[in-house]
Design a protein around this ligand. Sequence first.
Ligand SMILES: Cc1cc2nc3c(=O)[nH]c(=O)nc-3n(C[C@H](O)[C@H](O)[C@H](O)COP(=O)(O)OP(=O)(O)OC[C@H]3O[C@@H](n4cnc5c(N)ncnc54)[C@H](O)[C@@H]3O)c2cc1C
Length: 381
Amino acid sequence: MDKHIVIIGSGFAAYQLVKSLRKLNAETPITVITGDNGDDYSKPDISHVFSKQQTANDLVKQTASEFASANNILLINNTRVDAIDTKSKTIHYGSQSLVYSELVLATGASAFVPGFAGNATDEIVTLNSLVEYQGQQDKLARAKSVLVLGAGLIGTEIAMDLASSGKQVTLCDKAANLMPTLLPPFISASLYQAMVEKGINIQLNRTVTSINRHHQQLVISLADEQHIESDVVIAAMGLMPNTQLAQQANIRVNRGIVVDRMMQTSAPSVFALGDCAELDGKVRAFIQPAMLCAMALAKTLMGTPNPVHLPASLIKAKTPWLPLHLSGDTTSENATWEVTNEPDGLIAKAFDKETANLIGFVVSHDQMKAAFPLLRLLPAE
Ligand SMILES: Cc1cc2nc3c(=O)[nH]c(=O)nc-3n(C[C@H](O)[C@H](O)[C@H](O)COP(=O)(O)OP(=O)(O)OC[C@H]3O[C@@H](n4cnc5c(N)ncnc54)[C@H](O)[C@@H]3O)c2cc1C
């Protein structure tokens, strides 16, 4: 069979792979098939569209056809793949099909929205893609008040950005702290204070039960029988990797599509990367690991098997009222924290109680310069 690499998806992971492949080889036939329109954009930019007053079009770096011609690929857009047949190495979409020599699943993840009660659950907004923002941008621009459900990294960033743009913002989570899976409680507390001082209404330890429309307002009911009124509700409550295609094709799936260090799935010649992939039991829904995986996979696909090596990666919280950079295990119950407060920010280091090894850190403001030497001391992932 002639070499023909087929990639499903046109997000960061897919396009990073295309660019890495083209650096190695200009000619090998590559087809990208994607459910959206294939425009190239940076998803993290969605976290500051409100303060920058940007529309979805402003985020497009290259249109689909510009990307396709710049990278010499065939791009089939606005087309969802329905099925994969790993025996005949064929993907099916509508009434058509395509044969691959190697297939890469870069299908991303979907925003998780729990099944709330109420008559307005279909009005819940999610902002996990350019298409989702595009569909809601006018409503969001008009809204005076916004309730953000989920105080993880994305929800907190979006809440801060909405408030910066002058909207009345409520941030609500059933957790007791902001960004509970990334920050130790003492840093969450500083972030809480910074946000409350700027007028954000933060409701922690709160469980939403229903969302109903009453005339112009959405009424969000909480388990403690309180109610919050808002023009718009945004859910940033976590992600579910898009694994359905793999599952239907009997490719091994756990939380994500299970891959080894070659990004190889359980099916021969089928690979996965980005938010849909699970490596060593972890789904890493971040840019840096996706980039490193794409670079490694490109070499493998071009004939030089290359296991991915993932050094500890830096997470940057786009929270300008308290800018934070962090890495490693920053929420371990087994950690002892050493905290230095300097005029230009804090440096907080987490050490394992038993081994005394550095296991994670958080730095704020201008202490970014301290992050890189610390990063080198952390174990690879
Ligand atoms: C608001 C926001 C801010 C963020 N900020 C940061 C940050 O600061 N730093 C960071 O590291 N990460 C950040 N992230 C996460 C990061 O953006 C993602 O990890 C990354 O963009 C995921 O890329 P992906 O290609 O795996 O998935 P996606 O971008 O979701 O792409 C998936 C693609 O698959 C296609 N697809 C799915 N199923 C099918 C099908 N059946 N047939 C055809 N096509 C299909 C979709 O159409 C889409 O093109 C942020 C995320 C959000 C939402």
